[in-house]
Design a binder for this molecule. Structure first.
Ligand code: FUC
Length: 886
């Protein structure tokens, strides 16, 4: 049968295919491949189209050029500059005049004073930097006939493959960044013995030197000196060419299968005879069939203020040791004549195996089973679909939103990026480009912007079941305390610590140079919120003990800095709302009192600290008394004249303000203060804000809106934003709007900013499962698991009335899509791993909840606000699974 009527259900990977229909050859396998690889049929034309690989700290952007391959290298610790002394001493002495101007509503004067006093002393310098480049120039003639080009990143294994034929010879390259072995491995092979000749260069445009070590290795050493400023990071990178007598695993690499079979043997023995020579920063390889290039890197960086951010490692010794482990081994193999021979084998396959096993431990935890509906499609159309490149599928997605498996691929790519850029032992967390950045002074310094961007990176870390990847963020946050104390002292004469609008590798916590962005002093509290939220998922008391002093000390900062506003409540004054300004008649400015984001952060931190004190049995009565009293008096969410959640203390919001930051909705997301099911006032207030702001924005801004609409239980609107996020862009210069993704699926601000990838992943998960609401019972919290709270097109699951607006979107019912599917392995607060299946018209079918530790239990909200208790006497034990049906 040629046509595909009502076949949708047959296409679920888990469902047996109906034998009556003749599917294209290898249909299931090819569909799985299409849904788990990023792929192209041409090399990357721009940096953002290259595919990223990474082992957490060490990574590369792989371009896949035919005659010249480029791996642009990065290590998360390579930053220019060093510790700074940016603080304006005793700036707090000017607080009375600033507050006076604010209380008089002399906004302009207040701005001038804040710009003069509450800013840094001069010139924010440090930037994340490239570690250099590995380039391989191949001896492939200019006029060679190139065919069958393929470049793909396999998310199932974290291996990138480039292959093509040049004049009939198949060249294959395989790349991965291994966490267990701390190397990047690049295996190059040709289908014709001896056809591989190339020049391999390792260098960096600035502050580095490469020397040869023997004829098969290069050593690059250098620092991050830049523009006459000493850089506080030294690095060493070693490259080695390894030629084993590799017997290729021909089943695993069928493309390399030589004809006739005797070539296998030639292949096995050939490369050892390839010629190598090295000079300066280049190794020349002549006449090889296959070999591996291994790279190892290490730096002097240590995330420790007191140690001046330096370790005492012998960098060259460390990379030498790692590279030493790549030395080939002896092994016995059978010759074609079946006699056993001892040969020298490259360890590439061992490294590959360790790498994939290690990676899959994380990646395989979550599975989205979303459909690629093919109802009414002919064989030809299906065949075409299976062959689409990522860019083609991206462009097609615009008119085919029912290809929800593509949205799932985008989400899984987010999980891939997290594993590749934020492993538990990373010395630093994922920055605004993860670990990937080309240049010496990157956009916005590619640091940890702390008024949304850095924190957004970690929104999906627990929900998407990669909790270990949170560790480097926690370590960075805690490392900021010594510097954060100076910021608290100089600007507010306050005890405790805080961090202002950004941070970086060198403990920066000071404000920036001017309004509306620089003087925002509540990021320290936001860091505490993100650290406590990690506890909410994992329930690890030892961890809570570790972060509690930081939470308490951040409360001390706020207890001192908060002042009573005209509303009689406690709030920050001066208070900015990240990067935004307001108009007030002919006046206007960027600071007022009582900015909602700062108030929401304080509410969150006070509440969580009071709770943590109960869990840990803190007996510091004086502190707790003060905290409880202040907690009662913090400014609550205010609803303004348009029904909106107010951004500032005074009701000065402009309904036409489409600023990309939506700071006044912190309480809804990432905070956990608004339950859209029960708190109509605030949920409506948030909707008004979102409709005023509109759906446009930079990548991360749109990602935030996906999360916000999901928390408002509006799956249609959330998915509309996911669709817009999945818009193809190719321009890399800075634009303050637009969003989209590159052909690599890296998210575009533009330029590339990884928060859009992580934020969108978080948003998609929030559509399927939420767990931010809870009831506190003494030292325990009973969390509510909201199952399928914002599934698009699922009318039955929309308890909240929609408000009409210019952004109203039609409910489109399309076959497939979210109509039925499943997700496995999401995490919920309270310590649960949740699998959910839905079917029919989006109806909930079944969920299982597995406890990751002993818990008192949980509540479940399935649809239309119906809440059920799962609170057995004695609670649940770790490992117990509870099945939930409609
Ligand atoms: C904040 C945002 C910008 C950009 C930068 C890295 O300043 O307002 O849009 O994302 O961080």
């Amino acid at each position: 049968m040629k046509h595909w009527k009502s076949l949708m259900t047959a296409l679920a990977a888990t469902v047996t295919l109906n034998a009556a229909y003749a599917l294209p050859p290898n249909f299931e396998a090819r569909l799985k491949e299409a849904n788990s690889t990023i792929r192209d049929n041409a090399p990357a034309k721009i940096w953002s189209e290259a595919y990223p690989i990474g082992n957490g700290r060490f990574g590369a952007m792989v371009f896949g050029g035919v005659r010249e391959e480029r791996l642009q290298l990065n290590d998360i610790t390579v930053w220019s500059g060093g510790k700074d002394d940016p603080w304006k001493k005793d700036a707090w002495q000017h607080l009375p005049e600033i507050r006076e101007a604010i209380n008089q509503k002399d906004w302009r004067k207040a701005d001038n004073l804040v710009n003069r006093y509450m800013t840094e002393r001069g010139g924010y310098f440090p930037s994340y930097q490239t570690l250099g480049d590995l380039r391989i120039k191949f001896d492939i003639p200019e006029d060679a006939k190139i065919e069958d080009y393929s470049r793909k990143l396999d998310l199932k294994t974290a291996v990138e493959t480039v292959s093509f034929k040049a004049d009939g010879v198949m060249y294959t390259r395989e790349y991965f960044a291994s966490h267990p072995d701390q190397v990047i491995a690049c295996r190059l092979s040709a289908s014709k013995p001896g056809a591989l000749s190339c020049k391999i260069t390792l260098n960096r445009g600035k502050a580095a030197k490469t020397v040869t070590e023997e004829n098969d290795a290069l050593l690059m050493t250098g620092n991050t000196d830049y523009e006459n400023r000493k850089g506080n990071c030294d690095y060493a990178v070693m490259l080695k060419v390894v030629r084993g007598q590799t017997v290729l695993d021909l089943d695993a690499r069928p493309r390399l299968r030589p004809r006739p079979s005797t070539d296998v043997w030639n292949l096995a023995f050939d490369s050892i005879n390839a010629k190598l020579s090295a000079e300066g920063d280049t190794i020349a390889v002549t006449g090889a069939t296959s070999f591996t290039v291994y790279l190892a890197a290490h730096t002097s960086y240590k995330c420790d203020w007191d140690a001046n951010y330096r370790n005492t490692d012998d960098l060259v010794a460390v990379v030498r040791e790692r590279i030493g482990k790549t030395a080939p081994k002896r092994a016995k193999v059978k010759s074609p004549a079946k006699s056993s021979v001892s040969i020298i084998i490259d360890r590439f396959d061992d490294f590959l195996q360790r790498h994939t096993e290690d990676y899959k431990r994380f990646f395989d935890r979550v599975k989205f089973d979303f459909r690629n509906p093919v109802e009414g499609k002919s064989d030809e159309e299906l065949e075409k679909f299976l062959n689409l490149t990522t860019v083609e599928r991206l462009k097609r997605f615009k008119d085919h939103p029912e290809d929800t498996a593509f949205a799932a691929l985008f989400a899984q790519f987010g999980r891939y990026l997290m594993i590749a850029s934020s492993r538990e032992d990373n010395p630093l967390p994922s920055n605004s480009q993860g670990i990937w950045g080309d240049g010496y002074d990157l956009p916005w310094k590619c640091d940890y912007k702390s008024n949304i961007n850095y924190q957004m990176n970690y929104w999906p870390v627990n929900t998407a079941n990669l909790s270990e990847c949170m560790t480097p963020a926690v370590n960075l946050n805690l490392s900021l305390i010594p510097s954060g104390r100076i910021t608290a002292k100089e600007y507010f004469n306050a005890p405790g610590w805080t961090c202002a609008y950004t941070t970086n590798a060198w403990g920066w916590t000071a404000p920036g140079g001017s309004l509306p962005w620089g003087p925002f002093f509540s990021a320290g509290g936001w860091f505490c919120q993100m650290m406590f939220d990690h506890y909410a998922f994992n329930g690890d008391k030892a961890y809570l003990e570790k972060i509690y002093p930081a939470m308490k000390d951040n409360c001390r900062f706020f207890l001192s800095a908060l002042v009573e506003g005209p509303d009689g409540k406690l709030s920050m004054n001066p208070s900015s709302s990240p990067e935004n300004s307001f108009r007030d008649g002919n006046n206007g400015g960027s600071v007022a009192w009582g900015g909602e984001m700062e108030s929401a952060i304080v509410r969150e931190v006070f509440r969580d600290t009071l709770f943590a004190a109960k869990v840990l049995g803190d007996k510091d009565e004086e502190f707790l008394k003060q905290l409880k009293a202040a907690n009662e008096k913090i400014r609550p969410i205010a609803i303004g004249r348009y029904g909106q959640i107010q951004e500032w203390g005074p009701d000065v919001d402009n309904p036409n303000d489409q600023h990309r930051h939506i700071s006044q909705l912190f309480a809804l997301m990432p905070g956990s203060q608004i339950d859209a099911n029960t708190n109509k006032r605030d949920a409506d207030g948030a909707r008004v804000v979102l409709n005023h702001r509109g759906d446009e924005g930079t990548g991360w801004s749109k990602a935030w809106k996906i999360n916000l609409w999901a928390r408002l239980l509006d799956g249609d609107r959330a998915y509309k934003l996911i669709r817009e996020q999945l818009t193809y862009v190719s321009q890399e210069s800075v634009v303050m709007g637009g969003g989209g993704v590159y052909g690599s699926l890296l998210d575009a601000h533009p330029p590339f900013q990884i928060d859009g990838n992580f934020g969108a992943l978080s948003g998609l998960v929030e559509m399927l499962l939420q767990s931010h609401m809870y009831e506190e019972r003494g030292a325990e919290r009973i969390y509510t698991l909201d199952i399928l709270p914002a599934l698009p097109w699922a009318e039955a699951l929309q308890p909240t009335e929609k408000i009409e607006s210019k952004f109203h979107i039609d409910r489109i019912r399309v076959p497939g899509g979210f109509d039925s599917g499943s997700v496995k392995g999401l995490k919920a607060r309270g310590g649960f791993v949740v699998d959910i299946a839905w079917h029919g018209t989006g109806g909930f079918k079944e969920a299982t909840v597995t406890c990751t530790h002993d818990t008192p239990g949980f509540r479940v909200r399935i649809k239309n606000g119906e809440v059920r208790d799962y609170l057995p006497a004695g609670g649940y034990k770790a490992g117990q699974t509870i099945t939930i049906t409609p």
